[in-house]
Design a protein around this ligand. Structure first.
Ligand code: GLA
Length: 399
């Protein structure tokens, strides 16, 4: 059964009736621009065919009840209770990140309902039942969380007749993630999911939130994007991700600028004098990565997708050596894909596990996938999950 059918069936099992509609939003792969979003810099992600579905229908009271294929039991609260559940700036008040008062999977859904109330405080709301099912792999760095947020935000935007635009819905999703779930992430994933277009990546200026659809030309050029999910699971609610954010903020403060977006490669010698080696390398990653995003957009337009390989490879090296967010499995995936003739390859997403991508010739897909799987076995790593994706459309109403 498809995830769309799963969501619908789950809804009917929960409520005894058919849903009013089913809405979905995609996961994403980031082509380039890692850990630049929360530094108000540039990113170039694209939405993938894997989607999360929210089957939903109104109730005649003012309660919200949610369930998902992950849930052992549904969670139900009054809409009026959401404010108490997610006090604004939970994360800022409690940087140690205490456990949310509801199961984590449900905080993504209820968090979106809560953040929508803050975004459109005057709208009249009915109660609602929501059932979630997904085919976005969880923990793979493909933004399964942004896909849930996008699907739920799209469903409630329609059911509550809010009329909010995709960028506002992306901001709502990010707020849910930061303040309801407590993961200190940037805006890339939600923007990538909400603004996805077939055959195009989305260039995002994470300061202005201006976006531009950038045709990738992958399909026309006979190229495929291979995702190599290492199955090393990561979480951004914890440890390393927050530490990297802190280092970037420290670096910007030492440079006397609001964020690393305001620095360029010309500032690197000064940065080297002002900060310790670790902070300097974190800063160097962000500054050079921003430049690589701009270069990738330019090169894609001028010379086509085969010409971006070196930029992808340089991005991976910078994450491995300067930002130190890769793991041996990701390095092996990238190295093996390149040895087998990939145009380019890099880890994608937040790091510390998750997936790598490789841009490969269509007729090389099986060979490279086999080689990576063999290399993992030889190294004693667990088997990776390898599949192709192509740039896909953003949210939609499916039924
Ligand atoms: C995660 C976060 C994003 C972004 C990436 C790194 O996916 O959710 O906001 O920071 O890591 O580029």
């Amino acid at each position: 059964m498809s995830a769309l059918d799963d969501a619908r069936t789950l809804f009917t099992r929960l409520t005894g009736r058919d849903p009013e509609g089913v809405w979905s939003a995609p996961g994403r792969v980031n082509l380039i621009g890692e850990h630049t979003d929360y530094n108000e810099g540039f990113v170039l992600p694209f939405a993938i065919p894997h989607r999360t579905f929210a089957a939903a229908g109104a109730r005649d009271d003012h309660r919200i009840r949610v369930t998902s294929t992950f849930a052992t039991e549904p969670v139900e609260v009054a809409l009026a209770e959401l404010d108490a559940l997610f006090p604004t700036h939970r994360q800022a008040q409690d940087p140690s990140g205490s456990e949310p008062a509801v199961p984590e999977w449900s905080a993504y859904v209820l968090g979106v309902a809560w953040a929508l109330q803050l975004a459109a405080p005057d709208a009249a709301r009915r109660g609602v039942d929501i059932a979630i099912a997904s085919d976005v792999p969880v923990g793979a760095g493909l933004s399964s969380s942004a896909a849930i947020e996008g699907a739920v935000a799209s469903a409630l935007n329609d059911l509550w007749s809010l009329g909010l635009d995709p960028v506002t819905l992306a901001q709502v999703g990010r707020r849910a993630e930061n303040e309801a779930v407590g993961a200190p992430t940037g805006i890339m994933d939600q923007m990538a999911s909400m603004l996805g277009r077939a055959d195009a990546a989305t260039f995002i200026d994470c300061r202005s939130l201006d976006t531009e659809s950038v045709p990738t030309g992958f399909t026309a050029e006979g190229l495929e994007v291979l995702v190599i999910d290492t199955r090393v699971s990561h979480s951004h609610s914890t440890g390393g991700y927050r530490e990297r954010r802190d280092a970037c903020e420290r670096g910007a403060a030492l440079l006397g600028i609001p964020s690393l977006r305001d620095a360029s490669e010309a500032d690197l010698p000064r940065a080297a004098e002002l900060m310790d080696d670790v902070t300097f390398r974190r800063v160097r990653h962000v500054i050079t990565e921003n430049q690589r995003v701009l270069d990738t957009v330019r090169v894609l337009g001028a010379d086509g997708p085969r010409a971006i390989g070196d930029l992808l490879v340089a991005s991976h090296a910078s994450m491995r050596d300067d930002f130190e967010i890769s793991v041996p499995e990701l390095d092996l995936a990238v190295q093996t894909a390149l040895e087998q003739g990939a145009v380019g390859a890099r880890m994608t997403g937040g790091g510390f596990g998750g997936a790598a991508i490789a841009l490969v010739e269509r007729d090389g897909v099986d060979r490279i996938a086999d080689a990576v799987t063999r290399a993992f076995a030889d190294a004693g790593f667990g088997a990776p999950h390898v599949f192709t994706v192509h740039p896909s459309d953003g949210p939609r109403r499916d039924a």
